[in-house]
Structures are given as C-alpha cells and as structure tokens.
Ligand binder design. Structure first.
Ligand SMILES: Cc1cc2nc3c(=O)[nH]c(=O)nc-3n(C[C@H](O)[C@H](O)[C@H](O)COP(=O)(O)O)c2cc1C
Length: 190
C-alpha cells in the first residue's frame, strides 16, 4: 500500500528551531506510514491583498505543495501566547485568493514545543480554531512537548523513552486518521 504524502509546516523561521527538530523526529518516527516533505513558509511575502493578482511565484509553489499533500502536520512554536506571524502569514496565503483556498478537507494534526511549563498549549488552541474555521479536519487530542536540550539528537532521534513512545503513538494515530480520508493508503504502523 502507498504511504500518505505528509506536508509538514513548521511555524518557525529560526535556523536552530526546536520545532523543526521535533518535526524531523516525527517525520522519522512516522516513516513507515508517511512520506514526509517539509513545506517552506519563510520565503512567502507578507500577505497583502494587492499582491493577489497575479499570485507571487512563491505562493504558487506553496499552494501546489499543499495541494500535493494528503495530510498536513503543523509543528508550531508559541509567540506571545499565540501562533508566530510567519505561520499566520502562510495560513492566510493558503486561504487566498478568494475561491482558491487550499485548506478545506485536509486532514491535519497540531503539535509544538517550547521550553515553557505549558509548552505551546495556547498557540495550539489558537491554531486549532483558525484551521477549523478554514475547513481542515483536525485530529483531536493534545500534544504539548516541553523541550529540553538534547531531546532530539543530531540524527533526529528522540532520546527520552517516554517522549518517544508518546510521539510514536501521536504520529501513528494521525496515520489512522488520515487513512479515513485516503482509504487506499497505509492506516497504521506495520
Ligand atoms: C516573540 C517571542 C514570543 C515568545 N512567546 C512565547 C510564549 O508565549 N510561550 C512560550 O512558551 N514561549 C515563547 N517564546 C519562546 C519560544 O518558545 C522559543 O523562542 C522557541 O525556541 C521558539 O521555537 P523555535 O525554536 O521553533 O522557533 C517566545 C519567543 C519569542 C521570540
């Protein structure tokens, strides 16, 4: 059976992003059910309705990568108790131009990490509301990861046993959820 094409959107433009490290670990843990591709968002212009006609090339590329994804994984930092501007910018481009939204019906999952005690809980709640409003099918449950130095090693492995088990369950449950939308693709870990 074919694997799901998973588009991963990391809500950070930081070189040493801890959320990108978490995303790389998830891509590895879910490798038996998903073919993962990271979708770049930090090259998109700042959204402006004046730029919609014609849509900039980088936005065309972004929207075609969304269209080519069977499922989307959002891995987001929390900035000032919400989602980072770079992620909201990408979400707005995905929703535009009017009538050409890329989002409805896409199965999606949300996760994120920070060093804080409640991690990215508030940002994830905001993201869940925005994605739900745009018509994505977001899997339920909660996944708040408190980042510690060395949680993910240079090869993308999660070094802590209980966190690794949690993340593996998270990504496998998402594969089962995504399979409801693509029944001809792998539903669960082999
Ligand atoms: C502008 C700004 C606002 C932040 N606000 C929060 C916050 O509300 N909650 C939180 O847990 N961390 C907050 N942080 C710290 C981030 O969790 C930390 O910078 C983290 O490394 C960001 O993820 P990244 O490395 O993937 O970019 C903030 C950081 C910045 C730069």
């Amino acid at each position: 059976m074919a694997k799901h094409k998973l588009g991963i959107v990391v809500g950070s433009n930081r070189r040493e992003s801890i959320n990108r490290k978490l995303a790389q670990a998830l891509a590895k843990l879910g490798g038996n059910t998903f073919d993962a591709k990271f979708i770049q968002i930090d090259d998109l212009p700042l959204y402006n309705q004046d730029l919609e006609q014609p849509v900039p090339d980088k936005v065309v590329r972004f929207k075609s990568e969304l269209a080519g994804s069977d499922a989307l994984l959002f891995v987001t930092p929390e900035h000032s108790r919400s989602i980072p501007a770079v992620l909201k910018n990408a979400i707005d481009w995905g929703a535009r131009p009017w009538g050409k939204t890329s989002w409805p019906g896409k199965p999606a999952a949300i996760i994120g990490t920070s060093g804080g005690a409640i991690s990215t809980a508030v940002a994830q709640q905001h993201l869940r509301a925005v994605l739900g409003d745009l018509g994505l099918q977001v899997i339920g449950g909660e996944a708040y990861i408190q980042f510690k130095p060395e949680l993910v090693d240079a090869q993308g492995n999660v070094t802590d046993d209980s966190t690794r088990t949690f993340l593996k369950t998270f990504i496998d449950q998402f594969a089962g959820f995504a399979a409801r939308f693509q029944p001809n693709k792998v539903a669960a870990a082999a």
